[in-house]
Design a binder for this molecule. Structure first.
Ligand code: HEM
Length: 491
């Protein structure tokens, strides 16, 4: 009768099986309520490996980070793209990539990711610096009308998330997609951002395969976002990154891809490039402002690396910060990594390509079935007190030892190969990770050079909104207020 309810029986050699009584849903509700507590409870009861039936999928969770290396090694039987190929088209609205209609397109798309790294990162970094300077100066530092107002008043106040969002969204957009024909900025960026936020709020539901027509205005909003990237519009943009130019060229090779499909692919990259980066930037800045000691240490390091005497006047010629100098900012990098540790909750997923025996370590193996999902949930590791003492506490220098990056973290006395995983792992690791950390560094550099920053008093601490647990960097439940003024402004 279990089978009649949609369940299955555990076979010899398989991990313990946990399935709820509701067909299809299984344990999805418990998982969704508090994924970390749910997984912890089951780990205590069943050990490091167990299978949970969640929303129509059998998911085998590998809980101990000591077992992660073994999972990474079994790439042949465990595929990442099968999962994204199912979820991404439904979420962003383009046809499945790996189909006979689009021979070789999946591989070409994968190859395009290289344009986010290596030598191309130097060009992207330079372009990002110019765009960050442009947006910050015109809107906040005394360049444009809004900026001039801000500069004239001494302290200005604002929502911290809103601030990070407006700067990072636009600067990232300009860096990747380019500028309009006759201007340095797109005039409708605030509207695009507004629509993006509306879509992003429904993102967890779309990934959970709730049909888009059940989600109110989401379909119409997504259509507007997609239309923004129609080839006839993008044709007029200049300074477009090589990464996006290459992708446009790839899409042009496929007649079966409509203009709207091509635009939907570009829109998906917009989501990938800002959906996590904006909340990550928020947390990086939030923790620094809240701990003035950390902020001072990171600022000192910055002045030391740039060999600057003190604060900067934004009206003076731009400070250039090279990629080499960004690489030297080890305290800033540690601070960013620490905020990523505290805020990231991405699940790493692989799909079993056949029935096989999954080797866990020298002694142990478990049987998995074709189509089952193998899931790593690194947040468990990021919050493990044995690996990171006082895991709830922000320690900006947690990833520094003797002035260098600290790389030895231990579990059960064994050194961990994987201990920080906000960007995923192995073959599916985020191809934008170097660009992402660089752009957060650049943003922090400019703020620390030009601004005094403080939290407004008398407000609650920012808390993580768990509604997108499993999907990346968590947003704050609500925005917090901060204040800022130019270093050179009178007290
Ligand atoms: C995939 C995290 C920024 C482009 C991913 C994945 C994660 C992730 C967890 C899935 C990897 C896996 O499951 O193993 C992040 C975080 C970011 C960030 C935390 C910021 C702090 C960026 C940026 C870009 C980008 C700035 C592009 C400019 C992508 C793409 C994929 C991806 C294209 C899909 C890769 C594939 O299909 O193989 N990211 N990401 N990401 N990310 Fe990022």
């Amino acid at each position: 009768w279990l089978l009649l309810l949609g369940g299955r029986r555990r076979r010899e050699g398989e991990p313990p099986l946990i399935q709820g009584w509701i067909p299809y849903v299984g344990k999805a509700l418990d998982f969704g309520l508090d994924s970390l507590a749910f997984l912890k409870k089951n780990q205590e009861k069943y050990g490091d490996v167990f299978t949970v039936y969640i929303a129509g999928k059998y998911m085998t969770f590998i809980m101990s980070p000591l077992l992660y290396p073994s999972i990474m090694k079994q790439g042949r039987q465990l595929d990442f793209h099968e999962f994204t190929d199912q979820v991404a088209p439904v979420t962003f609205g383009y046809p499945p990539v790996r189909s006979a209609r689009f021979p070789d397109m999946g591989d070409q798309i994968q190859r395009s990711f290289r344009l986010l790294q290596g030598d191309n990162l130097v060009t992207l970094t330079e372009s990002m610096m110019g765009n960050l300077m442009l947006v910050l100066r015109q809107d906040f530092l005394g360049g444009g009308k809004r900026g001039a107002e801000a500069a004239g008043k001494g302290w200005s106040t604002g929502g911290l998330y809103d601030f990070c969002n407006s700067v990072m969204f636009e600067a990232t957009f300009l860096t990747l997609y380019g500028t309009p024909a006759q201007a340095r900025r797109h005039s409708d960026m605030a509207t695009l951002r507004h629509h993006f936020t509306q879509f992003d709020n429904k993102f967890p539901l779309l990934v959970a395969r709730i049909p888009i027509w059940l989600l109110g205005q989401t379909k119409a909003v997504r259509e507007k976002l997609i239309r923004y990237f129609l080839p006839q519009r993008m044709l007029y943009w200049s300074n477009t990154s090589l990464f996006i130019t290459k992708r446009s060229e790839v899409f042009e090779q496929y007649d079966a891809l409509s203009d709207t499909d091509k635009a939907a692919h570009h829109f998906a990259i917009l989501w990938a490039s800002v959906g996590n980066t904006v909340p990550a930037t928020f947390w990086a800045l939030y923790y620094l402002i809240n701990q003035q000691e950390a902020l001072q240490a990171v600022r000192q390091e910055l002045h030391h690396v740039l060999q600057l005497p003190g604060s900067q006047d934004p009206r003076e010629p731009e400070v250039m910060i090279s990629k080499g100098q960004l690489d030297q900012l080890v305290f800033m990098e540690s601070a960013i990594n620490e905020s990523l540790r505290l805020s990231s909750a991405s699940m790493n997923i692989r799909v079993a390509q056949e029935d096989f025996s999954l080797r866990l370590d020298e002694q142990r193996a478990v049987a998995v079935r074709k189509g089952d999902v193998i899931a790593l949930y690194p947040q468990m590791m990021h919050m493990d007190p044995e690996i990171f003492p006082e895991p709830q506490t922000y320690k900006y220098d947690r990833f520094i030892e003797d002035g260098r990056e600290k790389t030895d973290f231990f579990k059960n006395g064994q050194k961990l190969k994987y201990y920080r995983m906000p960007f995923g792992s192995g073959s599916s690791m985020c191809p934008g990770r170097f660009f992402a950390v660089n752009e957060i560094k650049q943003f922090l550099c400019l703020l620390l050079l030009y601004l005094d920053l403080e939290m407004e008093e008398g407000q609650e601490e920012a808390r993580l909104d768990n509604s997108r647990a499993g999907l990346g960097i968590l947003l704050p439940t609500k925005d917090v207020r901060f204040r800022y003024r130019l270093h050179c402004a009178p007290a």
